[in-house]
Design a protein around this ligand. Structure first.
Ligand code: ATP
Length: 317
């Protein structure tokens, strides 16, 4: 791979920008069915992703040679800006694959909670791939960027495309899913993260304790039909996450939080991904506001946000 040639963006009339800003959403998993652990250490999944309107912003500014990164915002606490940062790794990978000499200065304004089960790190990687491809005027399309992104994390391809999709394999094999209408969610966020590998290890431990080997996951058909019909009540009834028992075992207050939201009128609620963010579905905008107020008044979450989904993936703004 190399710089775009004949059909390059420059040849198509695009001037090389000095900076590119990309808005990238977080995700929730409306279904997360977990199968057996493969030889590669990863579990086989069947998941329905929905991208929601809680966004990180990645700004990529042209720099002479190095890749640097600055993390900003209340949600950025505790995330390093070195090569362990998924955004830096994404820029580095793109540079190697396309043989780029130029550098980039990344600035990430973070609103997606860290280690919150909303794939914030993967979102920053997705945003960086899209921003740097434009900044360095590469010919890579979204499919090529998604292929590279899958090397960084299984959720990265989805955050490039966004919307609503079925994810198989480790979650990276995507099929867009028909989803009618817009869904109103209340996110209850914790001030502590949960480590994804720890939650999966607890999942394995609980299965071993029960003498159970997880079967290959089925498709969440009823949820898919409810989404296709655009029926929030049905969607609320079919939300499912096999990682809830291990997440409850590591963070027991999540069970209480879910009970509070359901009693306060949510159509359904579940832990997002490996947690600890909990997503409650409301039937409309007003109900979402009422639910958020009720959760706030009960002091059961560190931070409450109202979001909608599905929304597009990483987008240049
Ligand atoms: P997932 O659901 O994809 O497992 P998550 O939402 O639970 O992820 P992330 O916020 O993606 O968790 O962060 C997981 C870990 O990745 C954190 O412990 C963090 O230190 C590291 N990390 C690396 N780069 C980033 C980044 N840009 N933003 C957030 N976390 C990052």
């Amino acid at each position: 791979m190399g710089y775009a040639d004949d059909m390059s963006l420059a040849a198509q009339g695009w001037d090389q920008p000095d900076a590119v800003r990309v808005r990238v959403p977080g995700k929730i998993n409306l279904a997360l069915l977990v199968g057996p652990r493969g030889d590669d250490g990863y579990h086989e999944l069947a998941t329905i992703f929905q991208a929601v309107s809680l966004f990180d912003e990645v700004t990529a500014t042209l720099a002479p040679a190095d890749i640097t990164c600055t993390m900003r915002g209340a949600m950025a606490t505790g995330v390093g800006a070195g090569i362990d940062n998924l955004a830096v790794r994404a820029a580095d990978l793109l540079r190697q694959e396309y043989d780029i000499d130029a550098g980039v200065e990344l600035t990430i304004d973070k609103s997606i909670p860290v280690a919150g089960g909303m794939a914030g790190g993967s979102a920053d990687a997705a945003g960086t791939l899209v921003a740097c491809a434009r900044l360095w005027q590469l010919s890579a399309d979204d499919a090529e960027l998604a292929e590279l992104g899958a090397r960084l994390g299984a959720d990265v391809p989805f955050l490039i495309s966004g919307g609503c999709a079925l994810g198989l394999g480790r979650g990276q094999r995507l099929t867009p899913t028909l989803s009618r209408g817009s869904y109103h969610w209340v996110l209850a966020m914790s001030d502590h993260g949960l480590s994804t590998p720890e939650v999966y290890a607890r999942f394995d431990h609980l299965a071993a304790q029960a003498g159970r080997t997880p079967a290959s996951p089925d498709l969440p058909r009823e949820l898919m039909m409810a989404l296709a019909a655009g029926n929030p009540r049905e969607v609320g009834q079919h939300l499912v996450n096999d990682l809830e028992p291990p997440a409850f075992s590591l963070a027991p207050s999540l069970r209480t939080l879910l009970g509070v939201g359901r009693r306060a009128g949510a159509l359904g609620g579940l832990v997002s991904g490996s947690g600890p963010t909990v997503a409650f579905l409301a039937c409309d905008e007003d109900s979402a506001t009422n639910l958020a107020l009720e959760l706030s008044s009960q002091g059961v979450a560190h931070q409450i946000r109202i979001v909608t989904g599905p929304v597009p993936g990483a987008t240049v703004i």
